[in-house]
Design a protein around this ligand. Structure first.
Ligand code: ZN
Ligand code: ZN
Length: 401
């Protein structure tokens, strides 16, 4: 077994990794520096043009220094929350390499001309019970798994994310089970920072008025940066403050943004509601589940597929054929593996040591692989892979035993 690639190097989602897979971002991670600048630049302007002048304003205690220190420390706190939100696994469900075999359905449909067409299907949905309420979970074709309740596939990151809330373009990351708490704390703290900068800037204008015994207009002319900061914070407040209010409502009713938009008047939204206080405890006081992904682990390569031991073809022919279908959906291989696992007599064989039953398997594989090349495994959207009629039904029935 060769160990050459790490999980983050072979990652199938659209994420970006830095520091050797230690930090994970969404594909739109470029927006993170923009968000950081939107926070840092106004705070620097505030420190230089407002807080600096207030240092000696509240003597004899020199309380003016506290204004500067609080602004700097609170900004660092907000940036730490931002990094916790955007640089860590939001709750990605690891992909399966094969469809779950226990859920595959083998069916035979009768076509118009009387021919039997066997097919392998995976049901689109499955019912699971959550808090005594039946919830329908969907099958994800990309990740080849039944999404756990509240899980959804983020089309931007191309991953299934547990307790998916939304994909936030400002933090360049999905908001899900593992970072929702930090996301909310980030947004609410940013709101407080807006209020703080706005209030102190207004206070500075008032102090200037008193010093010069002038009008408010004269004071504003004296410190245009205070005015600019107040306007900026006022606009920012409606954005982050509105978001904070909306998420307070969502937390109190235990909904995600996705559920709120998607199932507004649906019983699904009440399935998780355990009462306002308990809902808050669930978001803020439960232990955050460890990540289900170890991005720095080495990828274990799959054992060589049994199809490589086709004896009736020359080595070259088989090689070319393998090459051609390598990039296809690999469903044929999945079915092969499943049929082998279902039949204990057909354990994987390597090398030239193959018995008669293996030749049968290899033949079937060859047929299936050829069909895969022609794309006859049906559309992924339907979730059913119809086998062409020329794969005899007896072969499939055999694999079921
Ligand atoms: Zn998915
Ligand atoms: Zn996402």
């Amino acid at each position: 077994m060769t160990q050459t690639q790490r999980v983050f190097q072979a990652w199938k989602g659209s994420n970006k990794f830095i520091l050797g897979g230690r930090l994970i971002f969404g594909p739109d991670a470029r927006s993170v520096p923009v968000t950081v600048l939107l926070i840092i630049v106004p705070v620097i302007l505030f420190c230089v043009f407002v807080a600096r002048h207030l240092r000696h304003e509240f003597s004899p205690y020199n309380a003016g220094y506290a204004i500067l220190v609080v602004a700097i420390l609170f900004t660092i706190y907000v940036l730490i929350l931002l990094s916790f939100t955007s640089a860590r696994d939001p709750g990605i469900v690891p992909r399966n390499l094969h469809p779950p075999e226990e859920d595959l359905r083998y069916e035979t449909t009768l076509s118009a001309d009387g021919r039997q067409t066997p097919s392998v299907q995976i049901p689109r949905t499955k019912e699971v019970i959550v808090n005594g309420v039946s919830v329908r979970v969907k099958y994800c074709d990309t990740c080849m798994l039944y999404r756990p309740p509240r899980c959804s596939h983020c089309s931007i990151c191309n991953n299934c994310v547990e307790r998916f809330d939304h994909h936030c373009p400002w933090v360049g990351q999905c908001i899900g089970l593992r970072n929702y708490r930090y996301f909310f704390m980030f947004v609410s703290s940013a709101t407080l920072l807006c209020i703080y900068v706005f209030s102190i800037s207004a206070l500075y204008i008032k102090i200037l008025m008193e010093h010069q015994r002038g009008t408010v207009w004269m004071a504003m002319k004296e410190s245009p940066w205070s005015v600019a900061l107040m306007i900026y914070c006022f606009i920012g407040f409606w954005f982050v403050g509105g978001l904070t209010g909306f998420h307070l409502y969502l937390i109190s009713t235990n909904q995600t943004t996705y559920e709120n938009f998607r199932y507004r008047a649906n019983s699904r939204t009440v399935a998780y509601n355990r009462g306002c206080a308990n809902n808050f405890l669930e978001v803020f006081c439960t232990k955050i589940k460890p990540s289900r992904n170890n991005f720095r682990a080495f990828v274990e390569e799959e054992p060589p597929r049994v199809v490589t031991t086709i004896t009736r073809e020359s080595e070259d022919e088989a090689g070319t054929r393998r090459q051609k279908v390598e990039d296809d959906l690999d469903i044929g291989d999945d079915l092969m593996n499943i049929s082998q696992r279902c039949n204990p007599a057909e354990q994987p064989h390597h090398g030239l040591d193959i018995d008669q039953s293996m030749i049968g398997v290899a033949e079937r594989a060859a047929t299936i692989r050829t069909e895969t090349r022609h794309g006859s495994w049906g559309s992924r959207r339907s979730g059913s892979w119809d086998i062409e009629a020329d794969v005899s039904s007896s072969n499939v029935r055999e694999s079921r035993s």
